[in-house]
Design a protein. Structure first.
Length: 222
């Protein structure tokens, strides 16, 4: 067993029953011309966490922790995209429309790919998801159960949207989740801080938070 010096109190975990879930580190959210930009956001904030997420990937690969990379992307015929999601925000271009990174939030298009610095390695699980939470409409629960995973290390973008939705889905399914503070980011600084605070409030009502360095210290401790 390992223990991270986390907030609101130490986070004990067994690396053999732990997976890291890296949420939506895609060009559509991190680069100009994708979905994040179509929503009116300054996407440059998100690229700043690429090195920290890279350190998390390296730690997991070194310590044989299972890795899941998610991508928010719809089927090319948009049959898995609710009309409400496509209509929201009256975007032009919106989901499924052609933009500088290809069709926005559509599988197989350049914008839907994970940024090259964080490319999954062969054998790592890459999960396409139609919603904000990674459990909705996916095989994630079955995949984790088959590997007897009980603990999740969560990172990626954006903190209050896909990351928080996924943590709440996981929490209700019985997983103990640790959110990596410096390996997640939002387009809104105050939303990130509020999410970290609400996750760990009330005795860790949704889970724990810690930095990648704190996780490393736990993994490297004898
Ligand atoms: N808009 C926003 O902040 N996020 C998303 O739409 N998706 C994810 O968070 N991945």
């Amino acid at each position: 067993m390992k223990s991270v010096d986390a907030r609101p109190y130490p986070y004990p975990f067994d690396p053999r029953h732990t997976a890291a879930v890296v949420i939506d580190m895609q060009r559509d959210f991190l680069e100009p011309g994708g979905f994040g930009a179509a929503l009116g956001n300054d996407v440059s904030r998100l690229a700043a966490i690429v090195p920290a997420v890279g350190q998390l990937l390296h730690l997991c690969r070194t310590h044989q922790i299972a890795l899941v990379h998610t991508r928010e992307a719809h089927l090319p015929d948009l049959s898995d995209c609710p009309k409400s999601k496509r209509a929201r925000g009256h975007l032009s271009p919106g989901i499924g429309d052609r933009g500088p990174l290809g069709r926005i939030l559509v599988d197989g298009e350049p914008g839907s790919e994970i940024v090259p610095e964080l490319a999954p390695l062969p054998g790592e699980y890459v999960l396409r998801k139609p919603g904000k939470g990674a459990f909705y409409g996916t095989e994630l629960m079955a995949w984790l159960a088959a590997r007897q995973i009980t603990h999740l290390l969560v990172a990626g973008v954006t903190t209050e949207v896909c990351v928080q939705s996924t943590m709440r889905e996981a929490n209700d399914r019985g997983f103990d989740c640790l959110l990596l503070e410096d390996a997640t980011q939002s387009y809104f600084a105050e939303f990130k801080e509020a999410t970290l605070a609400m996750v760990r409030a009330q005795g860790g009502i949704v889970g724990w938070t810690a930095t990648v360095s704190e996780l490393r210290r736990a993994l490297e401790a004898a």
